[in-house]
Design a protein around this ligand. Sequence first.
Ligand code: FES
Length: 371
Amino acid sequence: MSLHALEAEWKAYETLGIDGAYVDELPLPFSVQGAVMMRKQAQFHPLHYVKTLVDLAVKHGASFYEQTVAQHIETATRPIVQTKNGSTITCDTVIICTHFPFFDPSFYFARLHAERSYVIAVEAHERLQGMYLSANEPKRSLRYAVLNNRPLLLIGGESHKVGQGTNMMQHYEALQSFCNHTFGLSNVLYRWSAQDLVTLDHLPYIGPVRASHPNVLVATGYRKWGMTTSTVAAHLLTDLTLQKENSYAHLFTPSRFIAHPSLQNFVTEGIDVAKHFLTGKLEYALRTPRHISKGEGAVVNVNGKRAGAYRDEQGTLYVVDTTCTHMGCELEWNNSERSWDCPCHGSRFCFTGKVLEGPAIEPLQRIEGDV
Ligand code: FES
């Protein structure tokens, strides 16, 4: 982002009446050309936040059914949700908040892509004042946390499309090196990565899953801003369910893509998917499962066909067919999460083949026997 773009963002703050300021100094160990500051921001623990919401919902009569996988919806005046174990639930309104919508009558798979990003938590000497997001590339976000009275610095960044690249550990290394170089801190206590979906125009899809299904609603594509945009979604979905007017309905409606200029992105996403579909099929692996060491995973050749192998620390070998069970793209190994990730729409599978994240529903085929 250029300084000009930053100034334009500040102008937008002024127009919208956001309480903030344009500054050229920050309490950080490096200088900046400019920064837009937002006052009265809140930082809170996501799990404590969600737990409080769940407790409140239960107190008001809501019920939660964990481990109940919804697989399909029969649309009608009263839609019927079908679950994986064969049960059905008939209701007035269904709201799909499953990251990738498990029910896709409107080509969401071509209008969303999955991105992964990384965070490290480093032991710090003092608590960071404020939260920061860099405007330039490579993007870095800075936050604090306190664990057992010890201040931690959280550094995030290194976003990329899911299933691209082979060495995911390099992203943690890049954050570590930035931390060391900028703050002189090196004691990394925790690290993790997250995956979320991005829409064609970067605004979430919130509203009817399809214009002809007003009682099946969806909320997805938060672009890793779920703590805030899920709150927007909650307000909007409540109004849509109660058939009340909401001035944001038009802005977030999932059907907006048809007339949006980001149709260009629509084509690009499609080409990207086709590329991964084809190059994955043509790729020829030289290694066989026998070449895989303990703790290692890789694409291998099994009887002339592409497959995926992972050998655990005890020496047990897991070989799977790397064809994604969603729409047939070829999966790539993620060495930091030890999972098989799909570059097309972001499905993820455990090394055993089990689905970790949709849109895929079915597990990978296991290849047993003498490989
Ligand atoms: S997630 Fe769609 S092909 Fe893999």
